[in-house]
Design a protein around this ligand. Structure first.
Ligand code: DLL
Length: 435
């Protein structure tokens, strides 16, 4: 039997949900216009007044907001409530420029934890579960977000944070953790470590994993499910919209339900900004209709995915988003061809290789180069150079079929590539250094 955290919302009819969204959007636009000068200026520039927004059908009239706006407005420029109403901040890692700082009132935290409680429940979590949280705690939203949801559901919560993998496994065994929350790349690493310790999934009690914060493929899902003996559920979110729990997977494990009572999704053409019909791939845009301190209207996530209202076997009526294919800015354009790291990951796991790989892109003599280092599993090692070269060629051929161009594949020794305890770094694009 499917369990819901908030059955009324999660199974609400489309008409009722639209009505709720309409009301909340109108209120939110007014809140933002009245309290945030940055937005007021953007809306005035576009000639839109709060009265022009009567419901979700008018959403397209509002201006977009992008990461560069968040940077321009850093740190307080988009705050919509007095600072004295805020109780917490979280922040992005800021690897590509200035950090983004997001603010939360207590109501914002409650809404966010409600969303992660829905995700934990959809993964089968109840108050009888022991939930080990191995996302990072701190400015990153992963640890705090799942921690709060786990408390709400009433699970015994183990706030491990990431890292110290041997200790993760010891605790998991000693306490009998049943749910693991971390990034998929860290889950894969925990699975590998379990195996290296001479243990099997039968030695642990995990039944579900809630994995997100980075792109991962179906092949990776199956590999983790096998190595840890659990069912792996995807979870999506971003700091700007509160954190994990904007969308979550259910028992169908086929796309993530968006918490539409809080976040209205749109898919747009990333080039033109035109809103695309349901079913088409494009950039995901969110409008947060309940956030108080840091509400974002039509925020461009840069994540590419597809929305679907197809009936879901779990009974939830919340719209679903497909697994993001990666950020539009993760897409590599190599010799004019669009390549996503996820395509390479799919081929690797399908061909029986480990999910430990590193993609390096460079430009040599005006031509783009693509090198993929792939870790072998111990059983793939060979003393014969010829054998190794044959394996490399076969893998390069399989990748060419998938991506359309030929990479140079380098098989490297087991355990020679760096493992990830958070978000894995899969691509080094050296072309950027020359620009
Ligand atoms: O990664 C929040 C989060 C924490 C989500 C824990 C899920 C679990 P940021 O660090 O701001 O926030 O990064 C947000 O990560 O725009 C996506 O590109 C990517 N991302 C997040 N979840 C997924 C997912 C957190 N399930 C950015 N699949 C987003 C693919 C994801 N990409």
């Amino acid at each position: 039997m499917e369990r819901y955290w908030n059955e009324e919302i999660e199974t609400m009819s489309r008409d009722d949900m639209k009505k709720l969204q309409d009301e909340r959007l109108v209120k939110q636009v007014k809140h933002v216009y009245d309290n945030v000068k940055y937005y007021r200026d953007l809306m005035d520039k576009k000639g839109v007044k709060p009265e022009d927004i009567k419901g979700t059908d008018d959403l397209h009239k509002l201006p977009f907001l992008s990461k560069s706006d968040l940077r321009d407005a850093y740190p307080y420029g988009l705050l919509a409530t007095p600072l004295s109403e805020c109780v917490r901040i979280h922040s992005t890692s800021g690897t590509t420029g200035k950090r983004v700082v997001a603010f939360y009132t207590q109501n914002d935290i409650d809404m966010w934890e409600e969303c992660t409680a829905r995700a934990i429940t959809a993964a089968g979590g109840t108050k009888d579960d022991i939930c080990q949280i191995a996302y990072g705690f701190g400015l990153f939203t992963g640890g705090a977000g799942l921690n709060g949801g786990s408390h709400k559901v009433g699970c015994l919560t183990v706030p491990m944070s990431s890292g110290n993998t041997d200790r993760q496994i010891t605790f998991m065994r000693d306490l009998g953790a049943t749910i693991l929350c971390c990034t998929p790349s860290y889950a894969a690493y925990i699975g590998e470590t379990l195996h290296d310790m001479g243990l099997t999934p039968d030695d642990i009690q995990l039944k579900a994993g809630i994995f997100g914060a980075e792109p991962w493929t179906e092949e990776m899902r199956r590999s983790i499910e096998k190595s840890l003996g659990l069912k792996a559920y995807d979870i999506y979110g971003l700091t700007e919209t509160s954190g994990p729990g904007v969308a979550f997977e259910c028992s169908e494990q086929n796309g993530m339900h968006i918490n539409e009572d809080n976040f209205i999704p749109e898919i747009i053409d990333p080039e033109t900004g035109e809103v695309l019909p349901e079913g088409e791939i494009g950039e995901l845009v969110f409008t947060s209709i309940t956030k108080e301190a840091f509400p974002l209207l039509r925020y461009r996530t840069r994540d590419l995915c597809v929305l679907s209202r197809n009936k879901c076997s779990c009974g939830r009526t919340l719209i679903k988003m497909s697994k993001p294919k990666g950020r539009s800015d993760d897409m590599m354009i190599i010799r004019g061809v669009n390549v996503f790291p996820s395509q390479i990951e799919t081929v690797l796991i399908e061909q029986g290789y480990s999910p430990n790989y590193l993609i390096e892109v460079d430009r040599i003599n005006n031509s783009d180069t693509l090198d993929v280092s792939v870790e072998m599993n111990p059983n793939q090692l060979s003393d014969k150079v010829k054998d190794m070269q044959k394996q490399e060629r076969a893998l390069a051929e399989a990748m060419k079929l998938m991506i359309g161009i030929s990479p140079k594949v380098h098989l490297v020794s087991p355990k020679s590539l760096q493992r990830s305890e958070g978000k894995a770094v899969r691509v080094i694009d050296k072309r950027k250094l020359h620009d």
